[in-house]
Design a protein around this ligand. Structure first.
Ligand SMILES: [Zn+2]
Length: 152
């Protein structure tokens, strides 16, 4: 009866992923220290060229804003990733690591080796992504309508 609650990854695997995550954390911290001189905002010239192909899909009204936002996004994502790694290490300690938080089944090891911070199995992740995409689309449509209204 309580079987659903007791889904757990075995100890060897937990240890394997623990060292993997610790190595990952070390890499991020080292990369952040190296980046201090050439901060994300000093790279803006390059960044906007890189992101321009993808801003083309958006209304050009917001193209400058978009490249700036992309930089903010990148910085946020890097910081966030470190948080995800910390959380994953926390989950290893309490034994919930490697268990999908949506359907409560074990996440395949191959997936965890690729994405050790994953908290969902591929199926549940896909579901979430679909929903997020819809939310983004609604958000974009709203922003665009707002922009049109202001231009009038
Ligand atoms: Zn799942």
């Amino acid at each position: 009866m309580s079987e659903k609650q007791s889904v757990k990854m075995n100890v060897e695997d937990l240890q394997f992923f623990e060292s993997l995550l610790i190595a990952r954390r070390r890499e991020i911290v080292a990369a952040q220290n190296n980046d201090k001189g050439s901060g994300i905002f000093q790279n803006q010239g390059e960044q906007s060229v890189e992101s321009s192909s993808f801003s083309n899909h958006l209304a050009d009204v917001a193209s400058d804003l978009t490249s700036l936002e992309t930089n903010f996004d990148l910085a946020a994502r890097e910081g966030k990733y470190l948080v995800y790694v910390e959380e994953a290490l926390q989950r290893i300690k309490n034994g919930s690591f490697g268990v999908c938080k949506v359907c409560n089944s074990l996440i395949p090891k191959a997936r965890l080796e690729a994405v050790p911070t994953a908290t969902k199995c591929v199926n549940c992740k896909e579901e979430t992504k679909k929903k997020e995409k819809e939310d983004n689309r609604i958000e974009m449509a709203r922003a665009f309508a707002e922009q049109q209204r202001r231009n009038r």
